[in-house]
Design a protein. Structure first.
Length: 95
């Protein structure tokens, strides 16, 4: 549970800290929480206001022909399940 707190800080120090947080792409509050957590040796959950890069989801594989998962998902899942079954019963799955 997070609790709201208030601190007094020098104006120049505040300006520099806000600029640093902005350069990191996080809020000033996230920046301060991270500093305190690191100083205390606590691993804080990563919470960023940035959206994840879409390449995390797409372009995972560079080899083979392009696929249309929306159209071919049933076929692809069926092939994966069949290959898994063959491995379980000791038959060599096809490559």
């Amino acid at each position: 549970m997070r609790i709201r707190t208030q601190i007094t800080i020098d104006r120049d120090l505040l300006r520099r800290a806000q600029a640093k947080a902005d350069s990191l792409g996080i809020t000033f509050s996230e920046y301060v929480r991270g500093l305190v957590a690191r100083d205390l040796g606590i691993r804080e959950r990563k919470t960023t206001s940035k959206k994840p890069d879409i390449s995390v989801v797409f372009d995972l594989c560079k080899s083979g022909p392009p696929t249309d998962i929306a159209r071919d998902k049933d076929k692809m899942i069926g092939e994966a399940v069949w290959q898994n079954y063959l491995r379980k019963v000791g038959r060599k799955p096809r490559s």
